[in-house]
Structure formats: C-alpha cells, structure tokens
Design a protein around this ligand. Structure first.
Ligand SMILES: [Zn+2]
Length: 234
C-alpha cells in the first residue's frame, strides 16, 4: 500500500480509539447523575423533616404560652373569688374561674398533643439524617470506583491523543484537512478501501480507469456517492 494510505488508515484507527475513550468518559456522567439524584431525594426528605420539626416546635411554644396565660387568669379569678362575700358576685366569679380552668386545661391538652407531634417530627428528622448518612456511605464506594475509572480513561485518552497527533504528522497536510472534514461530517469511519471495484461503504462502483489510476498512484479520493475517502487496497 502507498505510504499515504497506510498513514491515513493508521490515523483513523487512532481517531476511533480517541472517540471510544471519549464516549466511555461521557458514559460515566449518567452514573454520577443517578447517584446525585438519589442523594437529593434523601436530602429533600431531610429538609422537609427539619421544616416540620421547626414548625411544630413553634406551635408548641405558642400553645404553652397560651396555657400559661390561662393559668395566670385562673389564679387571678381564684384570688377574686376568695375575696368575694356577695353570693351573686361569687356565682359569677366562680363561673369565670371555671371557664379559665377549662381553657387552661384545654390548652394543656393541646400542648401535650403538639408535644407528641414534636417528638414524632424529631424522630422522623433523625431517621432522615440516618437515611442520608447511609446513602452517602453506600455511594462512597461507587463514587470512588467512578473516579478511579475516570482517571484511568483520562490517562488512556492522553496517550491516545498523543498517538493521534503523531499519526497526523505522517499524513500530508491537504489530505489531513480533507480527512478531518469528512470525519467531522460523518462522525464515524471515513476511510474505506475499494472492494471489488466499488466503494466499501456504499457499494457504488468506480470506473475501471479511475480504479487503475488509484492503484497505480496510491491516490486517495472521495466517493462521489457517499463522500467517504477511498483507497485502492492491494
Ligand atoms: Zn461510497
């Protein structure tokens, strides 16, 4: 084979190697994204649990303040009642006292209900914290495996690119430019041999005269039908 052909075929081989490494590198992304997604689900659950706990704690503070107010009122009513001698006033004060006592006891019951919800919310938040710690722990192995794989591929890619540059230097300038253009357009194999007198990519036959010329000179020509670069194989 003509040295130009040998150099071009070698270059295409290097390009394929580079591309396949690049695609392996890209394939790591969805794996990382998947890990991130499941971590985010757990993080969102934790945020929600924290929010609920804060809200319930706030309600508990309010309910306890209400209960304290009602008890203060109850004490005052009790003192009033103690100082009253008139039976009619005593009845009224007694009713007031009873009402304050009932409100205080309702507020206590309400506080107790909310306190139970606070405990629940705190337990849920602790569970959510455990869950995210567990996820992060279990992801550590996978993440470091991905990182190791990435480093390995990047290293291979660095070598493959260096080799590619070396091969490119052995292809003449105008042919290299033509090849790069075809390969960018096709995003795949762009150099094909003639097979049985036809383009091995699209099977369009070449005129006999042209085939002979290519075989004699080692010229590399573009297939007029599909646009790949053709060479005459031995
Ligand atoms: Zn063709």
């Amino acid at each position: 084979m003509h040295p130009d052909v040998i150099a071009l075929v070698a270059l295409e081989g290097e390009d394929s190697a580079v591309e396949s490494l690049e695609s392996r590198l890209r394939a790591l992304e969805p794996r990382l994204q998947e890990l991130e997604r499941s971590r985010e689900v757990a993080a969102t659950a934790l945020e929600r649990a924290k929010h609920t706990l804060t809200a319930e704690e706030e309600k508990l503070r309010e309910a306890r303040a209400r209960a304290a107010q009602h008890r203060t009122l109850q004490d005052r009513n009790q003192r009033q009642l103690d100082g009253i001698t008139n039976i009619r006033e005593a009845n009224a004060a007694s009713a007031q006292l009873e009402s304050a006592r009932r409100m205080a006891s309702d507020a206590d019951a309400e506080s107790a209900r909310i306190a139970a919800r606070v405990d629940e919310a705190r337990a849920r938040m602790q569970q959510a914290e455990l869950a995210i710690a567990e996820i992060e722990g279990s992801q550590e192995t996978e993440r470091s495996a991905i990182a190791a794989e990435r480093r390995e591929i990047e290293e291979e890619l660095r070598h493959a690119r260096m080799k590619r540059e070396g091969s490119a230097k052995r292809v003449t300038g105008s042919l290299l430019a033509k090849y790069d253009k075809v390969r960018r357009r096709r995003r795949g194999q762009s150099v094909f041999p003639l097979r049985g007198g036809a383009c091995a990519s699209c099977d369009t036959a070449l005129p006999l005269q042209r085939r002979h010329e290519m075989a004699r000179t080692g010229a590399i020509e573009m297939c007029e039908a599909c646009g790949v670069l053709l060479y005459a194989a031995d």
